[in-house]
Design a protein around this ligand. Structure first.
Ligand SMILES: [Zn+2]
Length: 145
């Protein structure tokens, strides 16, 4: 999905290239990136840092859609990361980069919101094959460009 501008190897969006070590941003051959904020069981603060870094890089790379997996639950880590993501969006922390956001649970199978979204962002159809629409553990960010 991403190619190193220095060595040409494929790599992930964030961090230095694992092949040549450059910190230059890679080339994206996708317009949609999925991030899982639960990976590595971070604290809520660490998850916010990861989210912020991904939103910045995605903006720089002209990624159009970020699918944020944050888990859910009324208690525990899943719940607190979800609240952090939703709160930071509602407080417009990322308004310079994020144009709109959609709560996973609002996307019922083939409802109007779902149909409108996949029309505007066709690559999300593939994402929804692995993460069921209607999943309250995700939020979809439509980036500003
Ligand atoms: Zn490289």
């Amino acid at each position: 999905m991403f190619t190193c501008v220095v060595c040409g190897n494929s790599r992930v969006m964030m961090g230095d290239c694992p092949h040549c070590g450059t910190s230059d941003l890679p080339i994206a051959d996708t317009d949609t990136v999925t991030i899982n904020l639960e990976l590595g069981s971070p604290t809520t603060e660490e998850a916010l840092d990861v989210l912020t870094a991904h939103i910045r890089s995605a903006g720089d790379l002209k990624i159009r859609t970020l699918v944020v997996i944050h888990g859910y639950g009324s208690t525990g880590k899943g719940g607190s990361i979800k609240r952090m993501v939703r709160d930071s969006l509602e407080k417009n922390f990322f308004a310079d980069r994020v144009d709109e956001y959609i709560h996973g649970e609002d996307l019922a199978h083939r409802n109007n919101l779902y149909l409108d979204l996949v029309k505007r962002r066709p690559s999300l159809k593939n994402v929804f094959k692995s993460f069921k629409e209607g999943n309250p553990g995700m939020t979809i960010l439509l980036m500003r460009h």
